[in-house]
Design a protein around this ligand. Structure first.
Ligand code: PLP
Length: 376
């Protein structure tokens, strides 16, 4: 099989697996004072340092959660008067933002998939004066989009938030390990990451919360994680997260260069085999591993299924968020035509991807996407 769906979940790294297994075998609750408890605490705090180092935060700013979905929910549920977001954000930002009762200010998106900050500035300034408290207004911008890989102007958004005195959240799930950044440099008050996109285990993530920020806890009881997230810690998950973070930090730059070469090879091959294909976001900066390809006339779900039958795992937009295949909401938010949104697939590469995987992809793609239009 050729696995090209790293943006959905990356295979577990051997170092992460080892750390998970070692932690599973260590008994003890990290809140207990005995030796077993202290051992669990040591594992958690070691991982906290590794995760902090990956994102350029201090260990005290790392709050372990059950994943990025929980971390994003924690931020969106914090009682905002207004939240400014684009429709290309992940559902784990959009759904809790919409359910929060806050006024929603829409951040526009270009057809290339980049958010338009300047256009939202006035609406944000108005929201600040209407609500008479800039600190209850939140701007949320993802670092890179999960479907298109398009890199968003988070540092500029951070500057704008600072100018307006409002709070700023970054969903960095698809950017971490792929783009160099430091939490302290991008002007974010909070930032979300997930272990399983880095080759760590599923079901663990972190919310980075700047020291001194009084964001309320979403999960209360027990007082763990400095009262920011109650519940006995997932020691094994956290240990695996730390091990993956340490490896990713070492590899980041080299890995992006390697993946860019493979992605360029893949896209050149696609255009050679199927010249009618459209590569979304090709004109703007993208993370190196992601390619979103539309094949007008060929429904996404048919392409994904045909590729799967040929041993290639790729995804179609909505599959990742809803578990079933539907319209790609990210591409729709970019204002793209239904012939594009209904025929797009996402190919995402990662640490284990080789030249042979690209060759296998192209052979299957020629069969699945070439020739005349497919029946749905
Ligand atoms: N944010 C983005 C941009 C994502 O791509 C994902 C994963 O699908 C998430 C958040 C949710 O992450 P998790 O699976 O850790 O809840």
């Amino acid at each position: 099989r050729t696995y090209l769906d790293y943006n959905a979940s990356a295979p577990l790294r051997p170092a992460a697996r080892e750390a998970v297994l070692a932690a599973l075998d260590a008994p003890g609750n990290a809140s207990s004072v005995h030796a077993e408890g202290r051992r669990a605490r040591t594992i958690i705090e070691g991982a906290r340092e590794q995760v902090a180092a990956l994102v350029g935060a201090t260990p005290s700013e790392v709050v372990f959660t059950s994943g990025a979905t929980e971390a994003n929910n924690c931020v969106m549920a914090a009682g905002w008067a207004a939240i400014c977001v684009a429709d290309i954000e992940h559902d784990s930002v959009l759904a809790p933002a919409r359910a929060s009762g806050a006024e929603i200010i829409k951040l526009p998106v270009s057809t290339d998939g980049v958010v338009g900050l300047a256009a939202a500035r006035e609406a944000l300034a108005e929201a600040v004066s209407r609500h008479q408290d800039a600190r209850r207004v939140l701007l949320s911008v993802m670092m890179a989009n999960n479907e298109t890989g398009v890199i968003q102007p988070v540092a500029k958004a951070g500057n704008m938030a600072r100018d307006l005195g409002i709070q700023f959240h970054v969903d960095a799930v698809q950017g971490v390990g792929r783009l160099p950044f430091q939490f302290s440099d991008i002007g974010a008050d909070t930032l979300t990451i997930s272990a399983h996109k880095l080759g760590g285990p599923r079901g663990v993530g972190a919310l980075i919360v700047g020291d001194g920020n009084n964001l309320p806890a979403l999960v209360r009881g027990g007082g763990q994680e400095r009262r920011r997230r109650g519940g006995t810690e997932n020691v094994a998950g956290i240990a695996g997260f730390g091990a993956a973070a340490a490896e990713v930090q070492r590899e980041c730059e080299r890995s992006s260069e390697r993946l860019q070469v493979l992605r360029d090879m893949l896209e050149a091959g696609v255009m050679r085999e199927t010249p009618a294909a459209v590569i979304i976001g090709r004109n703007v900066a993208r993370i190196a591993n992601t390619s979103c390809i539309a094949m007008p006339g060929k429904p996404s779900e048919t392409l994904v299924i045909r590729m799967d039958l040929d041993g290639i795992a790729i995804s179609s937009g909505a599959a990742c968020t809803s578990g079933k295949i539907g319209e790609n909401t990210v591409l729709a938010a970019m204002g793209l035509d239904a012939s594009i949104t209904g025929s797009a697939v996402r190919v995402s590469l990662g640490a284990g991807t080789t030249d042979d995987d690209v060759t296998a992809f192209l052979a299957a793609w020629k069969k699945a996407a070439g020739g005349t239009a497919l029946a749905a």
